[in-house]
Structure formats: structure tokens, C-alpha cells
Design a protein around this ligand. Structure first.
Ligand code: DC
Length: 225
């Protein structure tokens, strides 16, 4: 592919469905898919495994030096590896979710990972790439031709997240989700759409309808550019 990939930037709060929606939309469009939250999670997991305190910003910054991270961008072959070890499932463990906001608020971590995400976007060999996270529409790819804020009511997000984690009490899942959003939104505003960003509110849409809304927006933009 010689032309530059179409960059689709998607932000949204926890439980908005952005990971599964972005991946399915990438599959439908034949695009790559990048889950940026996975890198924050992988770094948090790596700190936990190495005994680095996630609240010690200087130690977390020092750990970036040896951070060996790989992510699969094929929506049909998604994996996350750190130091060559598969951590695709481990990064979703509650112990990681509980501390990931600590490392995501460190500016040096953010700028390091923003560069990494941009490198992965540039390296895409498909016609496009969907990258999802919290600051993709505003910091990582503010000039992306398609920028989307995927939202849903807090009740809908709690119910969806709880269905994904059947082993955990719904009340605990809801409290963790709100507290993580509160911490994360102090660092980047992903609750309000920046200028030029399209909001898709999935509160009353099912999964397929939400994917279709994203795909339509991408196709409409491609038709006019
Ligand atoms: O989307 P997620 O829950 O896997 O993200 C994990 C954490 O990483 C989340 O608590 C906030 C942070 N994050 C971020 O600060 N910026 C991003 N672009 C993506 C994730």
C-alpha cells in the first residue's frame, strides 16, 4: 500500500465499548486496530512484576528504558507482549486495572507512549488504522480525518462492564469504573468532544448498530476526501 493510511481516532470512557467496537469496525473496513490502553496496562503490569511502585513516578519513568512492548494490530490476531511474553489476558486483571491510572498520569509516560502510538500508526500497511483510547482525538492524532467520541450513559457502561466480568460483583465493578474515570479525566478530557470530533452515543444502540455507525462515518469521510 503506497498511500498513507486513513487514521480513525476514537476516544471514550471505560465501558463505552470502544475496544470491541473499534476492533469490529477495523475488521469490517479491512483496517488495522490499535488499543492504546493496552500499552498503559502493559507498563503497569510490568511495574508490578518488577516490584516497581506504580505511585513512584521517577521509578516508573526509569522503567520505560527497558520497556519491550509489542501489540498485534491485525483485528483478527490481537495480542500484547512484554519482553516476548504474552500478557494479553494478564493486563486485564483487576490488580492491573487498580493501578493503571497511577502511571497514566505521569507526563513522561504519556509522551513516551504517544510517540509509540504514532509510530505504530505510521507503520500500518493497511488502507487505514483505528486507534482507540482517551487522548487519541486530541493529542495522538488531532488531525485524523475521522475523530469520534464514543459515549454511553454511566448506567449502560456499568452494565456492559459488569457483563464482561461475571466473576466480580456488579457494585464493585461500577465503583471501580467511576473511580478510574474520575482519576483519568483529571489528566485528559474524554467526556466531552473536542472541536470537530463526532460524538456517537451508544446508550440506546446495540453492538452491531454501534459498529455500523463507526463504519458509516469512516465511509462517508472517505467518500468526500
Ligand atoms: O481503555 P483501557 O481501560 O484499557 O485503558 C487503561 C488505562 O489507560 C485507563 O485507565 C486510562 C489510560 N489510558 C490513557 O490515559 N490514555 C489512552 N490513550 C488510553 C488509556
Amino acid at each position: 500500500m503506497s498511500s498513507t493510511p486513513v487514521v480513525v481516532a476514537i476516544d471514550g470512557p471505560a465501558g463505552s465499548g470502544k475496544s470491541s467496537v473499534s476492533r469490529a469496525a477495523a475488521r469490517a473496513l479491512g483496517f488495522d486496530y490499535q488499543d492504546s490502553g493496552a500499552a498503559y496496562r502493559a507498563l503497569a503490569l510490568s511495574a508490578l512484576e518488577r516490584g516497581v511502585s506504580t505511585e513512584d513516578a521517577a521509578a516508573v519513568i526509569a522503567s520505560l528504558d527497558g520497556f519491550d512492548y509489542q501489540i498485534g494490530t491485525d483485528p483478527d490476531d490481537y495480542f500484547v507482549r512484554v519482553d516476548g511474553t504474552d500478557v494479553t489476558d494478564a493486563i486485564r486483571e483487576p490488580r492491573v486495572t487498580a493501578v493503571v491510572s497511577h502511571i497514566a498520569r505521569v507526563p513522561e509516560v504519556r509522551s513516551y507512549l504517544v510517540d509509540l502510538f504514532r509510530g505504530i500508526i505510521e507503520a500500518s500497511s493497511r488502507p487505514g488504522i483505528i486507534t482507540e483510547g482517551r487522548d487519541i482525538t486530541t493529542v495522538v492524532s488531532p488531525t485524523a480525518p475521522v475523530r469520534i467520541l464514543l459515549t454511553a450513559s454511566e448506567e449502560a457502561r456499568m452494565a456492559r462492564r459488569s457483563a464482561e466480568l461475571p466473576g466480580q460483583a456488579a457494585g464493585d465493578v461500577g465503583r471501580q469504573l467511576s473511580s478510574r474515570d474520575a482519576q483519568d479525566s483529571r489528566v485528559v478530557d474524554f467526556m466531552n468532544a473536542a472541536d470537530g470530533v463526532n460524538t456517537i452515543d451508544s446508550t440506546h444502540l446495540d453492538f452491531d448498530q454501534t459498529v455500523a455507525a463507526v463504519v458509516e462515518l469512516v465511509q462517508a469521510t472517505r467518500a468526500t476526501t
